[in-house]
Design a protein around this ligand. Structure first.
Ligand code: IPE
Ligand code: IPE
Ligand code: MG
Length: 256
């Protein structure tokens, strides 16, 4: 991983570098991003909201590439929440068409870069074409051993926890488990992130300081980095800045 980092860094010019330096060691292993501000970006330019989503997709391409290049192990991207169904149908349709667009352009590159695609969320109500595109990407990258690219699509943390509780309840009903012996590990095992470590760093763009139902359990001890930059304006340099700031933080987990 360190070798990859050095190679990547050697290709950068001073203008690409953030104000703070990213160090080789101590990279966050799992970075989660709430990509927010597409609508406001479009509005500012007098464009329809979907123009913001289209531009946002280009940023996804760049950030995925940078993450994989520097050796991030897991990148989770919040692409569509269980609450985003409240938006006008036209916008929802556009948003749910994006995974297919993104993957049809990027899948060959993801394969080449050894990236493994995963999906986190409920497949319920997702259009068939979206699901098919994502399932194909998951299948085609299943044996890749590089970065895990985890799409939170139709994801909501409370829904995830509700499903976990139901599943544990059923195990108790079947007599496989006793309520008194339940541990945090049992809950972890039922979450959609059971195969992943918790995010080390959470990034949210667009100036909103909230979680919007994102990974409530998993973010218990993550470092947060909020930025006013709207997602379509977010640059590799901003991403690296977030990582550099993360590297200066002292994580204590309740200790001293
Ligand atoms: C983020 O941008 C994209 C999704 C929520 C899918 P928004 O569409 O929320 O943009 P704003 O917050 O309205 O500016
Ligand atoms: C969170 O952003 C969801 C995604 C980025 C996919 P929203 O724009 O939906 O969140 P709120 O409504 O501002 O809380
Ligand atoms: Mg928003």
């Amino acid at each position: 991983m360190l070798e990859r980092f050095s190679k990547w860094k050697a290709n950068l010019t001073a203008a690409d570098l953030p104000d703070h330096q990213v160090e080789e060691g101590n990279l966050p292993q799992h970075v989660a991003i709430i990509m927010d501000g597409n609508g406001r970006w479009a509005k500012k330019k007098g464009l329809p909201r979907i123009a913001g989503h289209r531009e946002g997709m280009k940023v996804v391409t760049k950030i995925v590439r940078t993450s994989s290049d520097i050796g991030i192990e897991v990148l989770t991207l919040y692409a569509f929440s269980t609450e985003n169904w409240k938006r006008p149908k036209k916008e929802v349709d556009y948003l749910l068409g994006l995974p297919e667009r993104y993957l049809s352009a990027e899948l060959p590159k993801l394969i080449k870069n050894n990236v493994q695609v995963r999906l986190m969320g409920t497949t319920e109500h997702l259009p068939d074409h979206t699901l098919k595109a994502v399932e194909k990407a998951i299948k085609d990258t299943k044996h890749n051993t590089g970065m895990i690219l985890n799409f939170a699509l139709n994801y909501g943390s409370r829904f995830e926890m509700l499903e976990a509780v139901k599943s544990i309840g059923k195990q108790i009903e079947r007599g496989e488990l006793k309520a008194d012996t339940l541990t945090e590990e049992h809950i972890h095992a039922q979450l959609m992130t059971s195969q992943l470590k918790d995010p080390d760093l959470l990034i949210r763009t667009s100036g909103e300081i909230r979680l919007s139902n994102f990974m409530l359990w998993q973010l218990a001890y993550s470092e947060f980095w909020f930025s006013d930059i709207l997602w379509p304006d977010f640059k590799e340099k901003d991403f690296l800045e977030a990582i550099a700031v993360y590297q200066k933080r002292k994580r204590r987990y309740g200790g001293v």
